[in-house]
Design a protein around this ligand. Sequence first.
Ligand code: TYC
Length: 101
Amino acid sequence: MPDTVVKPKTRTKTKVERPRLHKVILINDDYTPRGFVVTVLKGEFRMTDDQAYKVMLTAHQRGVCVVAVFTKDVAETKATRATDAGRAKGYPLLFTTEPEE
Ligand code: TYC
């Protein structure tokens, strides 16, 4: 069969990886009122009163608390908005982000 065209058998495997999630972390301070921290957590992270109170108390007692995980963009936007809400009232309230292991 002189006209046979041999097609090279190559295949490209596309590896799909899930985007790494990022944690939003609440940092304790000595000045922001507890009630205000709870209000911000409820408003920015759609938490119930109970959930927000527990997260606030954990940060208060241990120094930090993981609030939630999101894609990088969403985590950074929420952390910035929540930090800005405190700054608008003159509080040093701080939310940071870090990639999940
Ligand atoms: N430590 C603050 C106080 O005693 C309350 C507080 C809790 C502030 C958690 C920040 O991330 C925080 N008023």
